[in-house]
Ligand binder design. Structure first.
Ligand SMILES: C[S@@+](CC[C@H](N)C(=O)[O-])C[C@H]1O[C@@H](n2cnc3c(N)ncnc32)[C@H](O)[C@@H]1O
Length: 216
């Protein structure tokens, strides 16, 4: 798999890891966050969860409270180091979301937060097939991500030929990165997963959306 569109994003999240969790203190997001912090872990009660692109583990900490086990993965070691401050029951591993081959095919839950928006449109089906190759029948798959309200803080700066959109992100020291940031719609998510799952559910909040289904 080539990662041309991925490079800027990886560097950005590696360099931003120490201050990444600031996004969870934005005042306008607090009400949605309290709802998600309760709803998400409930769906993974007693499940063996694979978390993809876990970053600094904001969602990992809540899921770990209810799941039987959780493996938090990310391509960037620097982000995973921040997960150590949470529960000792959390296992971390450097894993590329587009290459899950090294993992067992035994997960009964998969979660990815704020990740699908970074998947290029032409890689979405491939990524979904990777997820499915690591799960058992009846597994719960859940993705959450930003609603378009996020563009009020970070406007779209470019759209490429495939319809992928990009934002310019700046760190405190003024380093700038171009990051692919899409806003998948419910129909797009259903189209990518309808033949693979059942019980699809899309929840739209002011600042986030949540999409979940059960693997057949
Ligand atoms: C927006 S952050 C989300 C972090 C966390 N899930 C959250 O919701 O706070 C996106 C994450 O994707 C990770 N990432 C980028 N490319 C990746 C890839 N190819 N495979 C796995 N993770 C990747 C970044 O390192 C970063 O931690």
């Amino acid at each position: 798999m080539s990662h041309g569109k991925d490079k800027g994003m990886r560097a950005y999240y590696r360099d931003r890891a120490p201050i990444y969790d600031r996004v969870y203190s934005y005042p306008e997001r607090q009400s949605d966050l309290r709802y998600l912090e309760q709803y998400i872990p409930e769906q993974f009660t007693d499940r063996d969860v694979l978390e993809i692109a876990a970053g600094t583990g904001y969602w990992t900490q809540f899921i770990a409270d209810q799941a039987s086990s959780i493996l938090a993965t990310d391509v960037t070691e620097e982000t995973l180091q921040h997960i150590e401050k949470y529960s000792e029951s959390i296992t971390t591993q450097v894993v590329d979301a587009y290459d899950l081959g090294q993992l067992p095919a035994t997960y009964t839950g998969v979660f990815a937060g704020l990740w699908l928006s970074h998947v290029p449109k032409d890689k979405l089906s491939y990524f979904i097939s990777e997820v499915h190759s690591k799960t058992t029948s009846g597994a719960v798959v859940m993705f959450i991500d930003n609603s378009a309200a996020q563009c009020e803080r970070l406007p779209i700066t470019r759209t490429d030929d495939l319809g992928n959109t990009y934002q310019s992100r700046e760190l405190d020291d003024r380093r700038r990165y171009e990051v692919l940031k899409n806003f998948p719609t419910e129909p797009e998510l259903l189209a990518a997963t309808c033949s693979l799952g059942r019980n699809h559910k899309f929840i739209e909040l002011d600042h986030y959306w949540l999409f979940q289904y059960t693997i057949m």
